[in-house]
Design a binder for this molecule. Structure first.
Ligand code: NAP
Length: 253
């Protein structure tokens, strides 16, 4: 019996899960893996296997790409807050008739001892900061910090992988360039050293950036936590093993 052609799998990545999945799938001789990165950072870490970088030009562009490369499956492993890509992936996969899976880490949940304000957008977060914060760790990346710039009653430590460009005109702020993962000892030290009373962050989930929440609980700090944006309803898994099982099931269909 002739061997099947390798199944072409497109991973929409830019996350830890995306890298792990690319590494796991690259081991399989019956899969051809291409990872796609948005190209937001100037020197991205490259996943194993083939890589393409840059937007597709909307859902239509992605559909064309899937058709042209003969994709047999798409796995959307983008960040929980990269919602536009999720909607585009759903639309493109539907247009072309390619199976699509969402690989997503579960959200963090508050527990006893946590003091979280759940907010739906950054304006709401800024209103909470204005009301009750004096020294803030702003751990939301560099792209969406503008709503906090006009607050003159608090000082901000802005932690991001790359410097904001352009930098909004904050009255009292310092930039800290750092890329996770962040460990608990380091987070405790950072929060204490800067006398932080409030952390503003996204409900990204996962272990790499969770230590700040444990440190916040220990130190009795408030956390302003932005809820995840809505995504299309899709088959969803939270582990690499489950994503592999989904691909295997496609192979035997
Ligand atoms: P987004 O708002 O969902 O996407 C905006 C546009 O960027 C998309 O319409 C698409 O452009 C392009 N794009 C996004 N992800 C892409 C990918 N994997 N490959 C090719 N093009 C992609 O996304 P975002 O929030 O700007 O995030 C960009 C990337 O950074 C994502 O891949 C995400 O996994 C990663 N990331 C995001 C966050 C976050 O907090 N948002 C955190 C960590 C990592 P076209 O319409 O032109 O195709």
């Amino acid at each position: 019996m002739a061997a099947l052609d390798p199944l072409r799998v497109l991973i929409l990545g830019g996350t830890g899960e995306g890298y792990e999945l690319a590494a796991a799938l690259s081991e399989a001789s019956d899969l051809h893996v291409v990872s796609s990165l948005a190209g937001r950072t100037s020197r991205p870490r490259l996943p194993q296997g083939d890589v393409r970088i840059g937007g597709f030009g909307g859902a239509g562009g992605l559909a064309e790409y899937l058709r042209d490369c003969g994709a047999g499956a798409v796995i959307d492993a983008t960040h929980p807050f990269a919602a536009t890509m999720g909607w585009h992936a759903a639309e493109a996969a539907e247009l072309v008739g390619v199976p699509l899976l969402r690989l997503e880490r579960p959200p963090w949940r508050s527990g006893p001892g946590d003091a979280w304000d759940d907010v739906g957008d950054w304006d709401e977060a800024a209103a909470v900061v204005r009301r009750q914060a004096r020294r803030v760790l702003l751990a939301i990346g560099r792209q969406e910090i503008a709503p906090f710039a006009a607050i003159d009653t608090a000082w901000f430590l802005i932690r991001a992988v790359e410097a904001p460009d352009p930098m909004p005109a904050f009255r009292h702020a310092e930039i800290l360039l750092a890329r996770g993962p962040f460990d608990l000892a380091g987070e405790r030290q950072l929060l204490a050293e800067h006398r932080i009373d409030t952390i503003v962050c996204k409900n990204s989930g996962g272990a790499a950036t969770a230590a700040k929440l444990i440190a916040a609980r220990e130190l009795g700090l408030r956390v302003v936590m932005r809820r995840r944006p809505p995504r299309p309803e899709l088959p969803t898994v939270s582990s690499i093993a489950a994503a592999l099982a989904w691909l295997r099931a496609l192979r035997t269909r």
